[in-house]
Design a protein around this ligand. Structure first.
Ligand SMILES: [Zn+2]
Ligand SMILES: [Zn+2]
Length: 362
């Protein structure tokens, strides 16, 4: 049994969906009742992601629905209550569960049927249609609830539900083979340090690109063989620097843009060898970037550009195996619940490295 209180901890926003939003810690946030097909979850940990900021600010053109004031889309905890219609053979109260950014997909459209369920035409996001993981008792649809392996800790699993799964799918999309070279933009960041680890686990050589010594340390710890600090090298010099680091001088096989920086997108195609792949993961504010500055470069070199939006349920199961086997690990810094607002502010301003995780039981 999980005893369910009437109110709980949460960090809801005022002015949700506008750039003026602010979040504040509360101890008296209402605990909801799960409806048909839903699970009520009691979270132990929740990741703080830069996407939370964009979702609450509404600057991606996706604003939270009316009544949704808790953002957050990555968490780990236990099932607290089954809604009507949930099969008790599938989910049990007290069972460990992870929450990913997706709340529900239709399972019946062209994209769901072709292995691209995160692009589902009817998909619903956590923190968009329902409150997200900034409340200790969120609701999720049972179809997207993720079972957590026994040997994965909650504070690892929470951020992994977003950054780990996304990083796994992005690494797969690069299509690189063991021995190939992959550039990772934002290699010291929340998604980038996971991409770097997945690449290393798959036998790829990573050239990490990021800003400053702190990010360098994270990227190198994650397994980047080389690091280029954009505060020390100009955009114009980047292509030559990357070519010099590839054994045959032709450039990288893929560039995974795990940074939400428009400049990373402008630079990525120029770092690739012919037929290279740009994997677009990081999302700058809407309308600030295009994937590749010069279409001629893309055309002449046969460059492909692939977009990755979070991860599918099947990929998440595969990705969790890397985590359970110790092949990858989130660089997690656990912060107490009371530090929620300043933590989000620091993440929103890109002033953190690795992954901040809030401990709801602190
Ligand atoms: Zn996230
Ligand atoms: Zn669909």
């Amino acid at each position: 049994m999980v005893a369910i209180p009437k109110v709980c901890r949460a960090a809801p926003a005022s002015n949700a969906g506008t750039v003026q939003y602010t979040i504040a810690c509360r101890e008296d946030y209402p605990v909801p009742e799960p409806k048909e097909g839903e699970l009520l979850v009691k979270l132990n940990f929740c990741g703080v992601c830069q996407s939370d900021h964009h979702m609450m600010a509404g600057d991606w053109g996706i604003a939270p629905a009316a009544g949704v004031d808790c953002t957050g889309h990555e968490g780990a905890g236990v099932v607290a209550k089954l809604g009507p219609g949930v099969d008790p053979a599938k989910w049990k109260v007290g069972e460990r569960v992870g929450i990913t950014p997706v709340h529900w997909t239709c399972g019946d459209c062209e994209f769901c049927n072709n292995g691209h369920e995160t692009i589902c035409l009817k998909k619903q996001y956590v923190a968009n249609v329902v409150n997200g993981t900034y409340t200790q008792y969120p609701i999720i649809h049972e179809s997207w609830a993720i079972k957590l392996p026994d040997n994965v800790a909650d504070e690892q699993a929470a951020p992994f539900m977003c950054s780990g799964g996304t990083a796994y799918t992005a690494t797969k999309a690069a299509g690189a083979k063991p021995g190939n070279t992959v550039v990772v933009f934002g290699a010291g960041g929340g998604v980038g340090h996971m991409v770097t680890q997945f690449c290393k686990a798959d036998g790829l050589t990573v050239i990490g690109i990021d800003v400053g010594e702190e990010k360098r340390a994270v990227a190198e710890h994650a397994g980047a063989a080389h690091f280029l600090d954009v505060t020390k090298i100009s955009d114009a010099d980047l292509p030559a620097a990357v070519r010099k680091l590839t054994p045959d001088g032709l450039g990288a096989h893929a560039a995974i843009v795990a940074a939400g920086n428009p400049k990373a997108y402008a630079n990525a195609p120029g770092l690739l060898r012919p037929c290279g792949v740009v994997v677009a993961v990081g999302i700058p504010a809407a309308g600030t970037a295009i994937a590749g500055a010069d279409p001629a470069l893309v055309t002449f070199a046969g460059i492909s550009i692939r977009g990755i939006l979070v991860t599918s349920r099947a990929d998440m199961v595969d990705a969790l195996r890397y985590l359970a086997d110790g092949k990858v690990k989130e660089n997690v810094q656990v912060v107490p619940f009371a530090e929620f607002p300043e933590t989000l502010a620091a993440v929103a301003a890109s002033k953190t490295s690795g992954r901040k995780v809030v401990d709801f039981n602190s």
